[in-house]
Design a protein around this ligand. Structure first.
Ligand code: DX5
Ligand code: ZN
Length: 231
């Protein structure tokens, strides 16, 4: 499967969000929606007042990344918007004493792809028991909460370890990483086995976001110099 690019609208221009979504409809693969509650993470982003209008004009799949406590309260409403991918944080589920397999399967039962997200300080092994219950893994490459952070250098080996375990379990679960992705580190990340890149600042702060998306998608295959004018 080719690498897919999921720009995070956290870094978009919210005064012109319709134009930003239209750009993603044309050039990206997935629209990444970062929902933060100020409790699971120290920051607040947006909720249904953004998810609803975006879902009305999105023509590519949407991916809701729930950085919230008690995500089970909202997944039905999110699924009803036609948002195809919903990820929940392993730490949040365990902290509230719930069973990650049950939570993931309840997302699946709504007809959505279930993603299991976890922060850089969570040992990757902790997600192994739940791999069979998720449709994608969201390995955070920065601590969840803010856009524009530097990538955690451990992500390369974490992705490799995860990919090996996914294969060992006879699965083909895609690995999505989120945070600090740039055109400079994308080739090495692609080499490590990343299937889906979430990228906020790198896409939306570029002069030519379409070219940046194209470069990320072909990471490691197209020389960077060909994209220099886009940056
Ligand atoms: C962080 C969010 C990310 C973030 C990525 O909590 O989950 O999706 O927006 O932003 P960049 O690409 O700017 O690091
Ligand atoms: Zn995210």
């Amino acid at each position: 499967m080719p690498i897919r690019i999921a720009p995070s609208i956290l870094a978009a221009d919210f005064l012109h969000l319709d134009k930003e979504i239209e750009m993603l409809n044309t050039y990206a693969d997935i629209i990444h929606l970062d929902v933060m509650d100020g409790s699971f993470v120290p920051n607040i982003s947006f909720g249904f007042s953004v998810l609803e209008p975006v879902s009305k004009i999105a023509r590519i799949p949407m991916d809701a990344h729930l950085m919230i406590v008690h995500p089970e309260k909202y997944i039905e409403r999110i699924a009803a918007l036609g948002i195809q991918m919903i990820s929940v944080h392993l730490e949040a589920i365990l902290q509230q004493g719930d069973d990650p397999s049950e939570m993931l399967n309840s997302i699946r039962s709504l007809g959505c792809q279930a993603g299991l997200a976890f922060n850089p300080d969570v040992p990757v092994e902790e997600c192994y028991p739940y791999l069979k219950d998720c449709d994608y893994v969201l390995a955070m490459s920065v601590r969840a909460g803010f856009g524009g952070q530097n990538i955690d250098p451990n992500i390369y080996s974490r992705v490799k370890t995860l990919k090996t375990e996914i294969e060992r379990q006879g699965l083909t679960t895609p690995v999505e990483i989120d945070g600090g992705v740039t055109i400079l580190n994308a080739p090495e990340l692609a080499e490590a086995g990343v299937d889906i890149f979430v990228a906020g600042s790198t896409v939306f702060k570029a002069t030519d976001p379409a070219s940046v998306i194209a470069f990320l998608r072909g990471a490691g295959q197209v020389p960077l110099q060909e994209y220099n004018s886009a940056l």
